[in-house]
Design a binder for this molecule. Structure first.
Ligand code: GAR
Length: 185
């Protein structure tokens, strides 16, 4: 049985889909949900699934507290599902090819600093792109540049707004992320 930790900073709709997917799995279990935001809704979602939670500040993460916790809990894989802090290098090195992130755009477009959540969808709208999508990738020391393991796209029309783009992207994420994680384990 592989032990997975999910890290998330916000609502956690992806985290919920992942917890649902692995609920009865004999392959993997979600052993921990971690967040840098004590008020993040993802922590409520974790409670619903009886998954233990862990909160930490950026400072504590940078000082090694999160790594210590993941090692203590014998975590095999770290899943970033809307986790918005930059991961310390020591953490990426501790999980080589065992840390996976979801990005709400078709990388390498709309990646890098400041490109998260609604900022991405606003940039896609402003550029007038005819499609957008999701990227699931392994995490290396350069945040959005690890090996891409999966992409899926969705067409856009002129009438799409940043909000409707976000909805389309979330639908793709919910559909694919749990299965892609399962295929990597
Ligand atoms: C997701 O769309 C995810 O791709 C994005 O945050 C959202 C979290 O939604 N991640 C990033 O922007 C990372 N750069 P959720 O909390 O409902 O799962």
């Amino acid at each position: 049985m592989k032990l997975l930790a999910i890290l998330a900073s916000g609502s956690g709709s992806n985290a919920e889909k992942i917890m649902e997917y692995f609920q009865d799995s004999d392959k993997a279990t979600i052993a921990l949900v971690g967040s840098n935001k004590p008020e993040a809704f993802v922590l409520e979602r974790a409670k619903k699934f009886d998954v233990p939670t862990f909160t930490f500040s950026r400072k504590e993460m940078d000082a090694g507290l999160l790594l210590e916790k993941l090692q203590q809990e014998k975590i095999d894989w770290v899943i970033l599902a809307g986790f918005l802090l930059k991961i310390p290098v020591e953490l990426t090195r501790a999980f080589p090819d065992r840390m996976v992130n979801i990005h709400p755009a078709l990388l390498p477009k709309y990646g890098g600093k400041g490109m998260y959540g609604s900022h991405v969808h606003e940039a896609v709208k402003a550029a007038g792109d005819k499609e957008t999508g999701i990227t699931i990738h392994l995490v290396n020391e350069n945040y959005d540049e690890g090996r891409i393991v999966f992409q899926a796209s969705t067409p856009l029309s002129d009438s799409d707004t940043p909000e409707s783009i976000a909805e389309k992207v979330h639908a793709l994420e919910h559909k694919h992320f749990p299965e892609v994680i399962a295929s990597l384990l």
